[in-house]
Design a protein around this ligand. Structure first.
Ligand code: NAP
Ligand code: GCO
Length: 261
């Protein structure tokens, strides 16, 4: 296969969860530009419509559905509808996620469970829903959006780190169990990226802002566009022998103790 064609997604259908905006939107847009059909879901009709307008403004025909990734029955119905209306899913990106920044000793078990439910159980439910079809077709890509918190802890994000650490091991488990069906499951681990999720940390004068810039060898926050090359690699034939890998796109932060004083 010619080298450049290895990165083509022509003829493939990608489902990116929680992709009305943010990282999911950037990844889905990149996949569309590589030739894929795009299916996405979000929590409300309003968000789905907002997403459809955003894709349209980029010249992308996307197909949006309202679905909560933690609702197993809803996910089953969503997949049945989407696959009958559009096409079978070749690529699943488990992008939908939340974070609650609360000191652990002040965090309720309900809040802890909510983060685990969306960020870890949701990807399990979504992967379980697409696996039978991928097994039947003996081909598939599952990409879990992990995090630096798949490797590191920090104060106030205990639930999120527990979920993203679990997501790393879910990625490796799916890779182990389904590699024999030519299904590759990998993680994409963004560093600190400018999206609504990190907006509170980037407020003018917020100490975390300068902390991250000093800690990151690239000396900047990442942008969603920094992620799309790695995301395309993991979704394409170029990564058919890559399985169970977490590909970090973090400006070098995981490699570094941080800038010396
Ligand atoms: P974001 O701006 O908060 O967007 C997350 C999207 O997921 C939103 O559209 C959200 O909908 C949706 N969502 C939340 N819960 C859902 C559910 N139960 N079912 C379906 N959709 C749901 O986040 P982001 O910064 O783009 O991050 C996307 C992913 O990357 C997340 O998994 C995040 O943990 C991960 N990540 C982010 C960074 C970063 O620095 N930004 C770094 C590493 C990893 P609502 O608008 O209704 O909430
Ligand atoms: C936080 C941030 C991070 C990023 C991302 C880093 O509060 O520490 O939200 O968790 O979202 O996960 O990879």
């Amino acid at each position: 296969m010619e080298m450049i064609n290895q990165f083509s997604l022509k003829g493939r259908t990608a489902l990116v969860t929680g992709a009305s905006y943010g990282i999911g939107f950037a990844i889905a847009s990149a996949y569309a530009n590589a030739g894929a059909k795009i299916i996405f879901n979000d929590l409300s009709e309003e968000l789905v419509q907002r997403g459809l307008e955003a894709y349209k403004s980029e010249g992308i025909e996307a197909h949006g559905y309202v679905c909560d990734v933690t609702d197993e029955a809803g996910v089953t119905a969503f997949l049945e509808k989407a696959e009958s209306e559009i096409a079978p899913i070749d690529i699943l990106v488990n992008n939908a996620g939340i974070i609650k920044r609360i000191p652990m000793h002040e965090m309720s078990a309900a809040d802890f469970r909510k983060v685990i439910d969306v960020d870890l159980v949701g990807p399990f439910i979504m992967a379980k829903a697409v696996l039978p079809g991928m097994m039947h077709r003996t081909r598939g890509k599952i990409i879990n959006i992990c995090s630096l918190m798949s490797e590191l802890g920090r104060e106030t994000v205990s639930a999120y780190a527990a979920a993203k650490g679990g997501l790393k091991m879910l990625t490796r488990s799916i890779a182990s169990e389904y590699g024999q069906y030519n299904i590759q499951c990998n993680g994409l681990g963004p560093g600190y990226i400018e999206t609504p999720q990190t907006a509170p940390l980037r407020l003018e004068g917020h100490p975390f802002n300068s902390f991250i810039i000093n800690k990151t060898p690239a000396a900047r926050w990442g942008k969603t566009g920094d992620l799309i090359g790695a995301a395309l690699f993991l979704a394409s034939d170029a990564s058919n022998f890559v399985n169970g890998h977490i590909l970090y796109v973090d400006g070098g932060i995981l490699a570094s103790l941080g800038k010396q004083p």
